[in-house]
Design a protein around this ligand. Structure first.
Ligand code: DSN
Length: 414
Protein backbone atom coordinates (compact mmCIF):
# COMPACT_ATOMS: atom_id res chain seq x y z
CA UNK A 1 0.00 0.00 0.00
CA UNK A 2 1.57 3.27 -1.03
CA UNK A 3 1.72 5.64 1.93
CA UNK A 4 4.74 7.59 0.75
CA UNK A 5 3.13 11.02 1.22
CA UNK A 6 1.38 10.25 4.50
CA UNK A 7 4.70 8.99 5.87
CA UNK A 8 6.40 12.23 4.91
CA UNK A 9 3.67 14.56 6.19
CA UNK A 10 2.26 12.65 9.16
CA UNK A 11 4.36 9.71 10.32
CA UNK A 12 2.09 9.02 13.30
CA UNK A 13 -0.92 8.42 11.08
CA UNK A 14 1.21 6.42 8.61
CA UNK A 15 2.38 4.18 11.45
CA UNK A 16 -1.19 3.57 12.62
CA UNK A 17 -2.33 2.73 9.08
CA UNK A 18 0.55 0.32 8.62
CA UNK A 19 -0.18 -1.29 11.96
CA UNK A 20 -3.82 -1.73 10.94
CA UNK A 21 -2.79 -3.31 7.64
CA UNK A 22 -0.57 -5.69 9.60
CA UNK A 23 -3.47 -6.49 11.97
CA UNK A 24 -5.79 -7.22 9.05
CA UNK A 25 -3.16 -9.39 7.37
CA UNK A 26 -2.42 -11.35 10.52
CA UNK A 27 -5.86 -12.01 11.96
CA UNK A 28 -8.78 -14.08 10.79
CA UNK A 29 -11.63 -11.59 10.33
CA UNK A 30 -14.97 -13.13 11.23
CA UNK A 31 -16.94 -9.96 11.98
CA UNK A 32 -19.93 -10.67 9.76
CA UNK A 33 -20.34 -7.07 8.64
CA UNK A 34 -16.75 -6.50 7.56
CA UNK A 35 -14.92 -7.19 4.34
CA UNK A 36 -11.77 -6.22 2.44
CA UNK A 37 -12.32 -4.03 -0.62
CA UNK A 38 -10.33 -4.31 -3.80
CA UNK A 39 -7.40 -1.97 -4.39
CA UNK A 40 -9.44 -0.45 -7.25
CA UNK A 41 -12.17 0.54 -4.78
CA UNK A 42 -9.57 1.99 -2.42
CA UNK A 43 -7.90 3.99 -5.18
CA UNK A 44 -11.23 5.51 -6.21
CA UNK A 45 -11.93 6.42 -2.57
CA UNK A 46 -8.51 8.01 -2.24
CA UNK A 47 -8.92 10.13 -5.37
CA UNK A 48 -9.25 13.87 -6.11
CA UNK A 49 -13.03 13.52 -6.02
CA UNK A 50 -12.74 14.26 -2.31
CA UNK A 51 -12.04 17.87 -3.27
CA UNK A 52 -15.42 18.57 -4.82
CA UNK A 53 -18.67 19.92 -3.43
CA UNK A 54 -21.67 18.52 -5.31
CA UNK A 55 -24.87 19.10 -3.35
CA UNK A 56 -27.89 18.17 -5.39
CA UNK A 57 -28.21 15.48 -8.03
CA UNK A 58 -26.40 14.85 -11.31
CA UNK A 59 -27.09 17.79 -13.68
CA UNK A 60 -28.95 19.66 -10.90
CA UNK A 61 -26.15 20.79 -8.61
CA UNK A 62 -25.72 23.80 -6.40
CA UNK A 63 -22.08 24.22 -7.44
CA UNK A 64 -20.36 24.56 -10.78
CA UNK A 65 -17.68 22.24 -12.08
CA UNK A 66 -19.58 19.00 -11.48
CA UNK A 67 -19.41 17.56 -15.01
CA UNK A 68 -17.05 14.71 -14.06
CA UNK A 69 -18.69 14.13 -10.71
CA UNK A 70 -21.97 13.70 -12.60
CA UNK A 71 -20.44 10.91 -14.69
CA UNK A 72 -19.31 9.12 -11.53
CA UNK A 73 -22.58 9.46 -9.66
CA UNK A 74 -24.73 8.50 -12.65
CA UNK A 75 -22.65 5.38 -13.20
CA UNK A 76 -23.07 4.43 -9.55
CA UNK A 77 -26.84 4.99 -9.74
CA UNK A 78 -27.21 3.03 -12.99
CA UNK A 79 -25.12 0.13 -11.71
CA UNK A 80 -27.08 -0.05 -8.44
CA UNK A 81 -30.41 -0.09 -10.30
CA UNK A 82 -29.21 -2.77 -12.73
CA UNK A 83 -27.65 -4.98 -10.09
CA UNK A 84 -30.64 -4.91 -7.74
CA UNK A 85 -33.39 -4.53 -10.36
CA UNK A 86 -34.80 -1.37 -8.79
CA UNK A 87 -36.15 1.77 -10.54
CA UNK A 88 -34.21 4.46 -8.72
CA UNK A 89 -31.04 4.69 -6.65
CA UNK A 90 -29.71 7.42 -4.41
CA UNK A 91 -26.05 6.61 -3.79
CA UNK A 92 -25.30 9.56 -1.49
CA UNK A 93 -26.12 8.22 2.02
CA UNK A 94 -22.97 8.22 4.10
CA UNK A 95 -24.02 5.02 5.86
CA UNK A 96 -26.75 2.41 6.16
CA UNK A 97 -28.20 4.15 9.21
CA UNK A 98 -28.52 7.37 7.23
CA UNK A 99 -30.08 5.50 4.34
CA UNK A 100 -32.71 4.17 6.75
CA UNK A 101 -33.17 7.60 8.28
CA UNK A 102 -33.93 9.03 4.84
CA UNK A 103 -36.59 6.39 4.24
CA UNK A 104 -38.18 7.27 7.60
CA UNK A 105 -38.12 10.93 6.61
CA UNK A 106 -39.58 10.26 3.16
CA UNK A 107 -42.42 8.06 4.38
CA UNK A 108 -43.44 9.21 7.86
CA UNK A 109 -43.92 12.06 10.29
CA UNK A 110 -42.46 11.88 13.80
CA UNK A 111 -44.72 9.77 16.01
CA UNK A 112 -45.82 7.47 13.18
CA UNK A 113 -45.66 3.75 13.78
CA UNK A 114 -43.04 1.30 12.52
CA UNK A 115 -42.93 -2.48 12.80
CA UNK A 116 -39.41 -3.92 12.71
CA UNK A 117 -37.20 -6.64 14.11
CA UNK A 118 -36.02 -6.18 17.68
CA UNK A 119 -32.33 -5.32 17.96
CA UNK A 120 -31.56 -8.06 20.49
CA UNK A 121 -33.19 -10.60 18.17
CA UNK A 122 -31.01 -9.56 15.24
CA UNK A 123 -32.52 -6.27 14.03
CA UNK A 124 -30.60 -3.03 13.65
CA UNK A 125 -30.14 0.06 15.77
CA UNK A 126 -31.64 2.26 13.06
CA UNK A 127 -34.78 0.10 12.78
CA UNK A 128 -36.25 1.49 16.01
CA UNK A 129 -33.90 1.09 18.95
CA UNK A 130 -35.00 3.42 21.77
CA UNK A 131 -31.55 5.05 21.84
CA UNK A 132 -31.54 5.80 18.10
CA UNK A 133 -33.42 8.54 16.16
CA UNK A 134 -35.73 5.79 14.87
CA UNK A 135 -36.90 4.84 18.35
CA UNK A 136 -36.75 8.34 19.78
CA UNK A 137 -38.95 9.99 17.17
CA UNK A 138 -41.16 7.11 16.00
CA UNK A 139 -43.53 4.68 17.65
CA UNK A 140 -41.85 1.31 17.27
CA UNK A 141 -43.32 -2.16 17.64
CA UNK A 142 -40.91 -5.07 17.33
CA UNK A 143 -41.08 -8.66 16.21
CA UNK A 144 -38.44 -11.23 17.12
CA UNK A 145 -37.34 -14.70 16.16
CA UNK A 146 -38.72 -18.00 17.40
CA UNK A 147 -36.93 -20.90 19.10
CA UNK A 148 -35.71 -22.12 15.68
CA UNK A 149 -33.98 -18.81 15.04
CA UNK A 150 -36.58 -17.89 12.42
CA UNK A 151 -39.01 -15.04 11.87
CA UNK A 152 -42.53 -16.18 12.69
CA UNK A 153 -44.47 -14.64 9.79
CA UNK A 154 -47.84 -15.37 11.41
CA UNK A 155 -46.69 -13.41 14.44
CA UNK A 156 -45.52 -10.51 12.24
CA UNK A 157 -48.91 -10.51 10.50
CA UNK A 158 -50.74 -10.54 13.82
CA UNK A 159 -48.67 -7.61 15.06
CA UNK A 160 -49.18 -5.71 11.81
CA UNK A 161 -52.95 -6.15 12.02
CA UNK A 162 -52.97 -5.10 15.67
CA UNK A 163 -50.66 -2.08 15.37
CA UNK A 164 -51.30 -0.87 11.80
CA UNK A 165 -47.79 0.48 11.16
CA UNK A 166 -47.08 2.97 8.38
CA UNK A 167 -43.80 1.24 7.61
CA UNK A 168 -42.71 -2.36 8.02
CA UNK A 169 -38.99 -3.09 8.02
CA UNK A 170 -37.50 -6.45 7.13
CA UNK A 171 -33.80 -7.13 7.05
CA UNK A 172 -31.41 -7.64 9.93
CA UNK A 173 -27.87 -7.40 11.15
CA UNK A 174 -27.90 -10.84 12.69
CA UNK A 175 -30.26 -13.29 11.00
CA UNK A 176 -29.00 -16.51 9.45
CA UNK A 177 -32.07 -17.56 7.45
CA UNK A 178 -33.52 -16.60 4.07
CA UNK A 179 -35.92 -13.64 4.39
CA UNK A 180 -39.29 -14.10 2.68
CA UNK A 181 -39.77 -10.67 1.09
CA UNK A 182 -42.95 -11.78 -0.69
CA UNK A 183 -44.58 -12.70 2.60
CA UNK A 184 -43.54 -9.35 4.12
CA UNK A 185 -45.11 -7.51 1.18
CA UNK A 186 -48.34 -9.45 1.54
CA UNK A 187 -48.48 -8.48 5.22
CA UNK A 188 -47.66 -4.84 4.41
CA UNK A 189 -50.36 -4.73 1.73
CA UNK A 190 -52.91 -6.27 4.05
CA UNK A 191 -52.50 -3.41 6.56
CA UNK A 192 -51.72 -0.61 4.09
CA UNK A 193 -48.07 -0.25 5.16
CA UNK A 194 -45.02 0.46 3.05
CA UNK A 195 -42.18 -2.06 3.07
CA UNK A 196 -38.50 -1.30 3.59
CA UNK A 197 -36.02 -4.13 3.04
CA UNK A 198 -32.66 -3.35 4.63
CA UNK A 199 -30.36 -5.78 2.83
CA UNK A 200 -27.10 -4.36 4.22
CA UNK A 201 -25.79 -7.74 5.35
CA UNK A 202 -26.91 -9.85 2.43
CA UNK A 203 -26.47 -7.34 -0.43
CA UNK A 204 -23.61 -9.33 -2.00
CA UNK A 205 -25.66 -12.53 -1.87
CA UNK A 206 -28.69 -10.77 -3.39
CA UNK A 207 -26.52 -9.19 -6.11
CA UNK A 208 -25.19 -12.65 -6.98
CA UNK A 209 -28.70 -14.12 -7.12
CA UNK A 210 -27.99 -16.44 -4.19
CA UNK A 211 -30.55 -14.90 -1.85
CA UNK A 212 -34.03 -13.90 -3.08
CA UNK A 213 -34.24 -10.25 -4.09
CA UNK A 214 -36.61 -7.77 -2.44
CA UNK A 215 -37.14 -6.09 -5.85
CA UNK A 216 -40.81 -6.18 -6.78
CA UNK A 217 -41.78 -6.59 -3.11
CA UNK A 218 -40.21 -3.76 -1.09
CA UNK A 219 -40.95 -0.21 -2.20
CA UNK A 220 -37.66 0.78 -0.50
CA UNK A 221 -34.40 -1.13 -0.36
CA UNK A 222 -31.49 0.15 1.69
CA UNK A 223 -28.04 -1.29 1.92
CA UNK A 224 -24.56 -0.57 3.10
CA UNK A 225 -21.89 -1.05 0.50
CA UNK A 226 -19.09 -2.38 2.66
CA UNK A 227 -20.40 -5.72 3.92
CA UNK A 228 -20.93 -8.74 1.64
CA UNK A 229 -21.08 -6.29 -1.31
CA UNK A 230 -17.36 -5.61 -0.67
CA UNK A 231 -17.35 -1.92 -1.49
CA UNK A 232 -16.34 1.15 0.48
CA UNK A 233 -17.99 2.14 3.76
CA UNK A 234 -21.31 3.82 2.83
CA UNK A 235 -25.00 3.45 2.07
CA UNK A 236 -27.42 3.33 -0.87
CA UNK A 237 -31.22 3.69 -1.05
CA UNK A 238 -33.18 2.19 -3.90
CA UNK A 239 -36.89 2.64 -4.43
CA UNK A 240 -39.83 2.44 -6.80
CA UNK A 241 -39.94 5.37 -9.22
CA UNK A 242 -42.93 6.99 -7.50
CA UNK A 243 -40.87 7.56 -4.33
CA UNK A 244 -37.69 8.76 -6.07
CA UNK A 245 -38.26 12.45 -5.47
CA UNK A 246 -39.22 12.02 -1.83
CA UNK A 247 -36.12 9.91 -1.17
CA UNK A 248 -33.78 12.33 -2.94
CA UNK A 249 -35.24 15.25 -0.97
CA UNK A 250 -34.90 13.35 2.30
CA UNK A 251 -31.20 12.66 1.64
CA UNK A 252 -30.49 16.23 0.53
CA UNK A 253 -31.42 18.73 1.87
CA UNK A 254 -33.21 16.61 4.49
CA UNK A 255 -30.28 14.94 6.16
CA UNK A 256 -26.98 15.49 4.44
CA UNK A 257 -24.97 18.25 2.87
CA UNK A 258 -22.25 17.60 0.31
CA UNK A 259 -22.10 14.01 -0.89
CA UNK A 260 -18.80 12.11 -0.56
CA UNK A 261 -18.14 11.76 -4.29
CA UNK A 262 -14.84 9.91 -3.77
CA UNK A 263 -16.76 7.25 -1.84
CA UNK A 264 -19.51 7.26 -4.48
CA UNK A 265 -16.77 6.49 -7.03
CA UNK A 266 -15.70 3.57 -4.81
CA UNK A 267 -19.32 2.41 -4.66
CA UNK A 268 -19.51 2.54 -8.48
CA UNK A 269 -16.36 0.42 -8.81
CA UNK A 270 -17.66 -2.10 -6.26
CA UNK A 271 -21.04 -2.32 -8.04
CA UNK A 272 -19.25 -3.02 -11.32
CA UNK A 273 -17.15 -5.71 -9.63
CA UNK A 274 -20.30 -7.23 -8.13
CA UNK A 275 -21.84 -7.61 -11.59
CA UNK A 276 -19.03 -9.90 -12.80
CA UNK A 277 -19.16 -13.71 -12.90
CA UNK A 278 -16.19 -13.86 -10.45
CA UNK A 279 -18.33 -12.11 -7.85
CA UNK A 280 -21.03 -14.78 -8.17
CA UNK A 281 -18.37 -17.39 -7.44
CA UNK A 282 -17.16 -15.31 -4.50
CA UNK A 283 -20.67 -14.98 -3.05
CA UNK A 284 -21.31 -18.71 -3.48
CA UNK A 285 -18.07 -19.41 -1.61
CA UNK A 286 -19.15 -17.08 1.24
CA UNK A 287 -22.17 -19.33 1.81
CA UNK A 288 -20.20 -22.57 1.43
CA UNK A 289 -17.68 -21.25 3.94
CA UNK A 290 -20.38 -20.22 6.41
CA UNK A 291 -21.97 -23.66 6.19
CA UNK A 292 -18.58 -25.34 6.68
CA UNK A 293 -17.88 -23.14 9.70
CA UNK A 294 -21.30 -23.83 11.24
CA UNK A 295 -20.97 -27.56 10.63
CA UNK A 296 -17.45 -27.57 12.09
CA UNK A 297 -18.61 -25.75 15.24
CA UNK A 298 -21.58 -28.10 15.70
CA UNK A 299 -19.27 -31.10 15.17
CA UNK A 300 -17.19 -29.73 18.05
CA UNK A 301 -20.30 -29.78 20.27
CA UNK A 302 -21.15 -26.08 20.11
CA UNK A 303 -24.64 -24.66 19.53
CA UNK A 304 -25.59 -22.31 16.71
CA UNK A 305 -28.75 -20.19 17.00
CA UNK A 306 -31.23 -21.72 14.55
CA UNK A 307 -28.80 -24.52 13.56
CA UNK A 308 -27.34 -24.49 10.06
CA UNK A 309 -26.97 -21.05 8.49
CA UNK A 310 -28.53 -20.18 5.12
CA UNK A 311 -26.36 -17.16 4.44
CA UNK A 312 -23.02 -15.65 5.45
CA UNK A 313 -23.36 -15.56 9.24
CA UNK A 314 -24.29 -17.41 12.39
CA UNK A 315 -24.44 -16.84 16.13
CA UNK A 316 -22.62 -19.17 18.43
CA UNK A 317 -24.80 -19.78 21.49
CA UNK A 318 -22.44 -20.16 24.45
CA UNK A 319 -25.04 -20.71 27.15
CA UNK A 320 -24.31 -24.37 27.70
CA UNK A 321 -20.55 -23.71 28.00
CA UNK A 322 -21.15 -21.29 30.89
CA UNK A 323 -19.00 -18.68 29.13
CA UNK A 324 -19.99 -15.24 27.95
CA UNK A 325 -19.79 -13.61 24.54
CA UNK A 326 -17.69 -10.78 25.91
CA UNK A 327 -15.05 -13.07 27.43
CA UNK A 328 -14.94 -15.45 24.49
CA UNK A 329 -14.64 -12.65 21.91
CA UNK A 330 -11.57 -11.51 23.89
CA UNK A 331 -10.21 -15.06 23.99
CA UNK A 332 -10.70 -15.38 20.22
CA UNK A 333 -8.79 -12.16 19.76
CA UNK A 334 -5.88 -13.73 21.66
CA UNK A 335 -5.81 -16.61 19.17
CA UNK A 336 -5.90 -14.30 16.16
CA UNK A 337 -9.62 -14.37 15.38
CA UNK A 338 -11.71 -11.19 15.38
CA UNK A 339 -15.43 -11.52 16.08
CA UNK A 340 -18.04 -9.65 18.09
CA UNK A 341 -20.09 -10.57 21.11
CA UNK A 342 -23.81 -10.74 20.38
CA UNK A 343 -26.99 -11.43 22.26
CA UNK A 344 -28.81 -14.72 21.66
CA UNK A 345 -32.64 -14.93 21.85
CA UNK A 346 -33.77 -14.63 25.49
CA UNK A 347 -30.22 -13.89 26.52
CA UNK A 348 -29.77 -14.00 30.32
CA UNK A 349 -26.76 -11.67 29.98
CA UNK A 350 -26.83 -7.93 29.29
CA UNK A 351 -26.03 -6.63 25.78
CA UNK A 352 -22.59 -5.61 27.11
CA UNK A 353 -21.81 -9.17 28.18
CA UNK A 354 -24.05 -11.45 26.06
CA UNK A 355 -24.11 -15.23 25.65
CA UNK A 356 -23.25 -15.27 21.98
CA UNK A 357 -20.66 -14.53 19.35
CA UNK A 358 -21.61 -13.56 15.81
CA UNK A 359 -19.42 -15.06 13.09
CA UNK A 360 -19.43 -14.32 9.37
CA UNK A 361 -17.43 -15.34 6.33
CA UNK A 362 -17.38 -12.46 3.76
CA UNK A 363 -13.91 -11.17 4.74
CA UNK A 364 -12.10 -14.50 4.97
CA UNK A 365 -13.70 -15.59 1.69
CA UNK A 366 -12.25 -12.48 0.04
CA UNK A 367 -8.76 -13.58 1.06
CA UNK A 368 -9.31 -17.06 -0.36
CA UNK A 369 -10.40 -19.26 2.55
CA UNK A 370 -12.21 -22.42 1.45
CA UNK A 371 -14.29 -25.04 3.28
CA UNK A 372 -11.29 -26.97 4.65
CA UNK A 373 -9.89 -23.74 6.09
CA UNK A 374 -13.23 -23.03 7.77
CA UNK A 375 -13.19 -26.48 9.35
CA UNK A 376 -9.78 -25.64 10.82
CA UNK A 377 -11.14 -22.24 11.97
CA UNK A 378 -14.05 -24.04 13.68
CA UNK A 379 -11.58 -26.30 15.49
CA UNK A 380 -9.49 -23.32 16.60
CA UNK A 381 -12.61 -21.51 17.89
CA UNK A 382 -13.91 -24.54 19.77
CA UNK A 383 -10.50 -25.31 21.33
CA UNK A 384 -10.11 -21.67 22.36
CA UNK A 385 -13.51 -21.72 24.07
CA UNK A 386 -12.89 -25.04 25.80
CA UNK A 387 -9.35 -24.08 26.92
CA UNK A 388 -9.91 -20.39 27.45
CA UNK A 389 -7.79 -20.32 30.65
CA UNK A 390 -4.83 -22.25 29.23
CA UNK A 391 -2.30 -19.73 27.90
CA UNK A 392 -0.08 -22.42 26.33
CA UNK A 393 -3.01 -23.89 24.44
CA UNK A 394 -4.08 -20.42 23.31
CA UNK A 395 -0.57 -19.67 22.03
CA UNK A 396 -0.62 -22.86 19.98
CA UNK A 397 -4.01 -21.92 18.57
CA UNK A 398 -2.66 -18.49 17.65
CA UNK A 399 0.08 -20.25 15.63
CA UNK A 400 -2.57 -22.27 13.80
CA UNK A 401 -4.46 -19.06 12.94
CA UNK A 402 -1.23 -17.50 11.67
CA UNK A 403 -0.68 -20.49 9.39
CA UNK A 404 -4.07 -19.87 7.78
CA UNK A 405 -3.28 -16.17 7.39
CA UNK A 406 0.01 -16.98 5.67
CA UNK A 407 -1.71 -19.52 3.43
CA UNK A 408 -4.13 -16.78 2.25
CA UNK A 409 -2.28 -13.45 2.23
CA UNK A 410 -4.30 -10.24 2.12
CA UNK A 411 -3.31 -7.47 -0.30
CA UNK A 412 -0.39 -9.69 -1.26
CA UNK A 413 0.76 -7.43 -4.10
CA UNK A 414 2.00 -4.94 -1.45
N1 DSN B 1 -22.67 -2.55 12.71
C1 DSN B 1 -23.22 -3.38 11.66
C2 DSN B 1 -23.09 -4.82 11.95
O1 DSN B 1 -22.09 -5.17 12.55
O2 DSN B 1 -23.92 -5.61 11.58
C3 DSN B 1 -24.59 -3.02 11.34
O3 DSN B 1 -24.65 -1.67 11.02
Amino acid sequence: MNLENVKRVDPQIATAIEAELDRQQNTIELIASENCTSLAVMEACGSVLTNKYAEGKPHKRYYNGCEHIDVVEELAQKRACELFHMDHANVQPHSGAQANMAVFMATMKPGDRVLSMDLSNGGHLSHGSPVNFSGLYFDVKSYGINEYGEIDYDEVRKMAIEHKPKLIICGASNYSKIIDFKKFREIADEVGALLLADIAHIAGLVAAGLHPSPAGYAQFVTTTTHKSLRGPRGGIIMCDEQYAQAIDKAVFPGMQGGPLEHIIAGKAVALLEASKPEFKEYAAQIIKNAKALAQGLMDEGLDIVGGMTENHLMTLDLRKTGKTGKDMANVLEKVGITANKNTVPNDPQSPFVTSGIRLGTPAVTTRGFKEEDMTEVAKIIASAIYSSDNEVALNNLRDRSMKLCSKHPLYKEN
